[in-house]
Design a binder for this molecule. Structure first.
Ligand code: PRX
Length: 632
C-alpha cells in the first residue's frame, strides 16, 4: 500500500493533507482497493444529525480485497496461523488459497440455509479458524455478522440475538480456554428459548462433547460443508451497506449494537494497520484479542488480511499452561508485531520474570497496547522485558464506535512517551472540551475528548436506534463526536487518555481522575492492580475509596496503607489521598478485562445488593469477597 508513513516529515505531510483536503486524501487512499464501481462522492456528512456516508454509490466486497486480490501473488502465503489452546496440539497454517476455498464453501453453506444479503447472523464461537471463516463468509454474501464473545451468558446472548433479529446462530459444541471447557451449545440452547427470530443453528465441532441437536433447527457445520461448492462469486456490496454489528459492553443500560459499513471500514482499517504496526511483507503479526471484540475484527482479521499479512489466531489464554505462553508463541512463530491489553501485561508482570527470560523474543519489532490506559509501571515493564528496550510501543487509542485506531504513535516516527497515545493519525482531528463545553484552544490542557471531523470507519448508527446514537455521541457537544473519554494534551500536542469521564471524581471541588491515582499506587512494588472510586462524603462532597490487590501476602496492612497514601501525596498531592483502602484478592472485571467500577462504586457507597446488570461480570466470587471485607 502506498501512503505508508516512514518518517516524521511524511506524517506531517499526510496529516496536513488530510486536514486541509480530507476528501482528496481519502480519495487517493481508497484507489488502492478493488471496487467494481467507483464512488460518486468521497464523503457526505451531517455531524448534527449523525449521518455519514463514505465512498457513496461505490460497489465492492471486502472479502475480495481481503482474499481474492492476493491470490495471484501470494496464494500460497499463510494468511492465518491457528495456535490451539493446548501447546501440544499442532498449529494450523491457512494459506490465502485455502482461506479462499474455505470462505467460498462456507458462503455456499450459508446460502443453502437461505441466508440472504442483509440478514443478520449471530456468531458465538471460540477462537477457532471457523470463526474467521464464518465472519468472512457472511461478508462475502452480504449477510451482516454479529459476533458475540463466547464468554457471554445465555441471557446476554439472547438479548443480542433478539436486538438484531438474527436468523442464524453459528456456534460450536464447546470451546477450550486454558484448563476449562465451555459448553457453548447448551448456552445457545438456553438462549434460544427466548429467540423466536432464529431459524437455524450451525454447530462446529471443537471439543467433541455430546450435544443435543434439535432436528428441524440444528445442523452440524461439517454436514453443511460436505456438499458445498468451493466456488463463490462475492456479492457486490454498496460501500454503505452494513458489514457488521458489534455490541459494546455499555456501562449502563441495554448494549449498543454499533453498525459498521463496508467501504469506509475497509479503507480505514487497512490504512491504520499498515501504519500503526509498520507491517512489512513477510512479517508475522499477532494480536491476542478475541474476535468477539472490535480489536479482533479490525486487527486480527480485516486490517491484516486487507494488507495480505500473516495473522495469528490464538485460542488460549496468557497463563495456560503457564504465564510464559505468550512469549512461547512469539518465539515459536517469530512474531514481529505483538498487540495486547494492559490488563494482560499487568497480570504477566506480576509473575516471575523467569517466564519471560526463557524466551528470546528477538523477532519482535513493534509491541502494542489497547483497551485502557496503560499505567507507567506496566509500560516500563513491557518496554524493558518484552521489547528489550528497542521496540516502539504503540499505545493505540480507539473504540468499538471508531472502527479503527484514531490516536497512536507510529513506530520509529513518533516520539515515545510512556502512557501517552501521542498523536492523532492523519484524518483525525481531536479536540478537548472544558467543563463549560468550550474548546480548549491552548496546546496544553485537559478535558473531554471529542473529534471534529468524521473519518471513514466511524460507526454509522446503533442498530435499530439512531436516536440513541445521536444522543450518546453527538448531543453533548453539538457538531462533534464525543468519545466519552477524558484526555490530557501536552505542550507538544501529544494526547494521553485519562480514562472514561465518568471515572472522574470531584473531591473538595478538585477534579481527580482515577487513572493517575491508580498509576501512582501501582508504582508501589507490592501492588498488582488498583481501582479508585468515589463515595459520598459530608465535607468534601466525594471521598476516595481504593480497592487494591497485592502481588503477594501483606506483612503489615496498616503500614502498606500509609505507604500508598504517601505515594499518592508525592505523585499527585494530598488532595488525592484515599480515605478508605481495602485489600482484595482481585477486582471485578468484565469479560473483556475492564474493571467494573459500577460495582465497586456501589460497594464503596455501602449499597451491597443492587448491582444492576452483571451479565458481563467475569468473577462474581471476587464481588462477594469484596462485599464481605468492605472498609466500613
Ligand atoms: O476509554 C477508552 C478505552 O477503551 C474505550 C473503548 O472501549 P471498547 O469500545 O471496548 O474498545 C476497546 C478496543 C479499541 C475507550 O473509550 N481505551 C481504548 N484504548 C485505549 C483506551 N484508553 C486509554 N488508552 C488506550 N490506548
Amino acid at each position: 500500500m502506498k501512503y505508508k508513513i516512514n518518517n516524521l516529515e511524511q506524517y506531517e505531510e499526510q496529516y496536513q493533507e488530510a486536514l486541509s483536503k480530507p476528501k482528496e486524501f481519502w480519495n487517493k487512499i481508497a484507489q488502492e482497493f478493488s471496487w467494481s464501481k467507483k464512488w460518486t462522492e468521497v464523503c457526505e456528512f451531517d455531524m448534527i444529525n449523525a449521518e455519514f456516508s463514505w465512498f457513496k454509490n461505490a460497489k465492492t466486497n471486502i472479502t475480495e480485497n481481503c482474499i481474492d486480490r492476493h491470490l495471484k501473488d501470494k496464494g500460497s502465503q499463510t494468511a492465518l496461523i491457528f495456535e490451539p489452546n493446548a501447546p501440544k496440539d499442532k498449529a494450523e497454517h491457512i494459506s490465502y488459497n485455502e482461506l479462499h476455498k474455505r470462505v467460498c464453501k462456507m458462503a455456499n453453506a450459508l446460502l443453502a440455509l437461505d441466508v440472504k444479503k442483509g440478514d443478520r447472523v449471530a456468531i458465538y464461537l471460540p477462537m477457532i479458524p471457523e470463526l474467521s471463516i464464518v465472519v468472512l463468509a457472511c461478508a462475502r454474501i452480504g449477510a451482516i455478522h454479529s459476533v458475540i464473545f463466547a464468554g457471554f451468558s445465555s441471557s446476554a446472548l439472547a438479548a443480542r440475538i433478539n436486538d438484531a433479529s438474527c436468523k442464524i446462530v453459528v456456534t460450536a459444541d464447546g470451546g477450550f480456554r486454558g484448563n476449562k471447557t465451555i459448553d457453548l451449545k447448551s448456552i445457545v440452547d438456553e438462549a434460544l428459548k427466548d429467540c423466536p427470530c432464529v431459524q437455524h443453528v450451525i454447530v462446529a465441532e471443537r471439543t467433541k462433547t455430546e450435544v443435543k441437536m434439535h432436528p428441524s433447527r440444528d445442523n452440524y457445520l461439517n454436514d453443511l460443508l460436505q456438499n458445498a461448492s468451493e466456488v463463490h462469486e462475492a456479492e457486490p456490496m454498496d460501500a454503505e451497506d452494513p458489514l457488521f454489528i458489534l455490541y459494546t459492553s455499555g456501562s449502563t443500560g441495554k448494549p449498543k449494537g454499533m453498525v459498521h459499513t463496508v467501504g469506509g471500514y475497509m479503507v480505514y482499517t487497512a490504512y491504520t494497520f499498515k501504519n500503526v504496526f509498520a507491517y512489512e511483507q513477510g512479517d508475522v503479526y499477532w494480536c491476542t484479542a478475541d474476535i468477539g471484540w472490535i480489536t479482533g475484527h479490525s486487527y486480527i482479521l480485516y486490517g491484516p488480511l486487507l494488507n495480505g499479512a500473516t495473522s495469528i489466531l490464538f485460542e488460549g489464554v496468557p497463563t495456560f499452561p503457564n504465564p510464559g505462553r505468550f512469549w512461547d508463541v512469539v518465539d515459536k512463530f517469530g512474531v514481529n508485531q505483538f498487540y495486547t491489553a494492559p490488563t494482560a501485561i499487568r497480570a504477566l508482570a506480576k509473575e516471575s520474570l523467569e517466564y519471560v527470560e526463557r524466551y528470546k523474543l528477538s523477532s519482535l519489532k513493534v509491541i502494542g497496547s489497547v483497551g485502557e490506559p496503560i499505567n507507567e509501571e506496566a509500560w516500563q515493564w513491557y518496554h524493558k522485558n518484552i521489547g528489550k528496550g528497542n521496540c516502539p510501543i504503540v499505545d493505540t487509542w480507539w473504540q468499538t464506535e471508531t472502527g479503527g485506531i484514531l490516536i497512536s504513535p507510529i513506530p520509529h516516527v513518533s516520539p515515545q512517551i510512556p502512557t501517552y497515545a501521542t498523536t492523532p493519525l492523519p484524518g483525525i482531528q481531536p479536540i478537548l472540551m472544558d467543563n463549560s463545553g468550550a474548546e480548549i484552544k491552548e496546546s496544553e490542557g485537559e478535558g473531554r475528548l471529542c473529534i471534529k471531523y468524521p473519518w471513514p470507519s466511524i460507526a454509522r448508527t446503533i442498530w435499530g436506534d439512531h436516536k440513541r446514537y445521536k444522543e450518546t455521541y453527538f448531543s453533548a457537544y453539538p457538531g462533534y463526536y464525543f468519545t466519552g473519554d477524558g484526555a490530557r494534551r501536552n505542550k507538544d500536542e501529544m494526547y494521553r487518555i485519562t480514562g472514561r469521564v465518568d471515572d472522574v471524581i470531584i473531591v473538595s471541588g478538585h477534579n481527580l481522575g482515577t487513572a493517575p491515582i491508580e498509576d501512582a499506587i501501582n508504582e508501589h512494588d507490592e501492588i498488582a492492580e488498583s481501582a479508585i472510586v468515589g463515595f459520598p462524603h459530608d465535607i468534601k462532597g466525594n471521598a476516595l475509596y481504593g480497592f487494591v490487590t497485592t502481588k503477594s501476602d501483606i506483612k503489615d496492612e496498616e503500614q502498606l496503607k500509609k505507604d500508598i497514601n504517601a505515594l499518592i501525596s508525592a505523585k499527585i498531592g494530598p488532595i488525592a489521598k484515599l480515605d478508605k483502602i481495602q485489600f482484595t484478592s482481585g477486582l471485578p472485571k468484565t469479560r473483556s478485562g475492564k474493571i467494573m467500577r459500577r460495582i465497586l462504586r456501589k460497594i464503596a457507597e455501602g449499597n451491597l445488593s443492587d448491582f444492576g446488570d452483571i451479565s458481563t461480570l467475569l468473577n462474581p466470587e471476587v464481588v462477594k469477597q469484596i462485599k464481605d471485607g468492605r472498609d466500613a
